[in-house]
Design a binder for this molecule. Structure first.
Ligand code: NAD
Length: 256
């Protein structure tokens, strides 16, 4: 379904971004990977699906590196047809103890990076008459939790940004939507589970159960594969008129 399209997925060396990149590649899209850590493993995994894969290690907190990545992507594949703004970080602390440099990094990586990638990719999408922008927000784009002020602000921000871009592109073939996962068992959440186990002196499995029980009525993690399937739907012809939504996949978290 996406044969010949080029998809840039930020923060795709692990977790949700990698899950979405694999799902898009299964539909035939060529992939530009981005993120820190091992890129060779994910690159080989996606190449095995028979598509072309390139990697750029831009730090999403650095606008000039983001611009370089967009130029690189255009050089590799002609343009970016599908942009998945997924890279994200977390820090947990009460607001009065929140380190200002962590606040700045979270806003830069989780929110401002999507402004830069979008402003740079959109002209090519509009010229082509087709494009998809998917912003990986969070249930924290819809509701808040204590001790996550910067993350919640960045995710509410990206939901608002999604709506503005959706309105600006409403009469074009470009759509812009947000995906709002609940808990997904990735390195970002494993760290919160490990911290909780250490803080409360409880086994990691108990900490995991407690974390789910606090927020998710289903008591189940959402998986990168499920989020990948949602991304594929939003890229499909059936998604042509889905514009500006913040689609939660969260085991009932925000239904409460
Ligand atoms: P993860 O830690 O597994 O992956 C994050 C990815 O972003 C990695 O590839 C990492 O290398 C990359 N990254 C981090 N900082 C970067 C930077 N400065 N520049 C470039 N890449 C960078 O995390 P994840 O859980 O897969 O999170 C992906 C997205 O999903 C994030 O935006 C996160 O907020 C969101 N999210 C996660 C959950 C969850 O429960 N895991 C829930 C809701 C939303």
């Amino acid at each position: 379904m996406l044969k010949g399209k080029a998809a840039l997925v930020t923060g795709s060396t692990s977790g949700i971004g990698l899950g979405i990149a694999i799902a898009l590649a299964r539909q035939g899209a060529n992939i530009i990977l981005n993120g820190f850590g091992d890129a060779d493993g994910p690159k080989a995994q996606i190449e095995a699906l028979g598509v072309k894969v390139a990697y750029h290690g831009a730090d999403m907190g650095k606008p000039e590196q983001i611009a370089d990545m967009l130029q690189f992507a255009t050089g590799e594949f002609g343009r970016v047809d599908i942009l998945v703004n997924n890279a994200g970080i977390q820090h947990v602390a009460p607001v009065e103890d929140f380190p200002p440099e962590k606040w700045d990094a979270i806003i830069a990586i989780n929110l401002t990076s999507a402004f830069h990638t979008t402003r740079l990719a959109l002209p090519g999408m509009k010229a082509a008459g087709w494009g998809r922008i998917l912003n990986v927000a969070s249930t924290h784009g819809l509701v808040a939790s204590a001790q996550k002020s910067a993350y919640v602000a960045s995710k509410h921000g990206i939901v608002g940004f999604t709506k503005s871009v959706a309105l600006e592109t409403a009469t074009t073939g470009v759509t812009c939507n947000a995906i709002c996962p609940g808990w997904v068992l990735t390195p970002l959440v494993q760290k919160q589970i490990d911290d909780r186990a250490a803080r409360e002196g409880i086994p990691v499995d108990t900490a995991k159960r407690e974390l789910l029980a606090e927020k998710e009525p289903s008591l189940q993690f959402t998986t990168p594969e499920e989020l990948g399937a949602l991304a594929v739907f939003l890229c499909s012809p059936a998604g042509n008129n889905v514009r500006g939504v913040a689609w939660n996949m969260d085991g009932g978290w925000v239904a409460q």
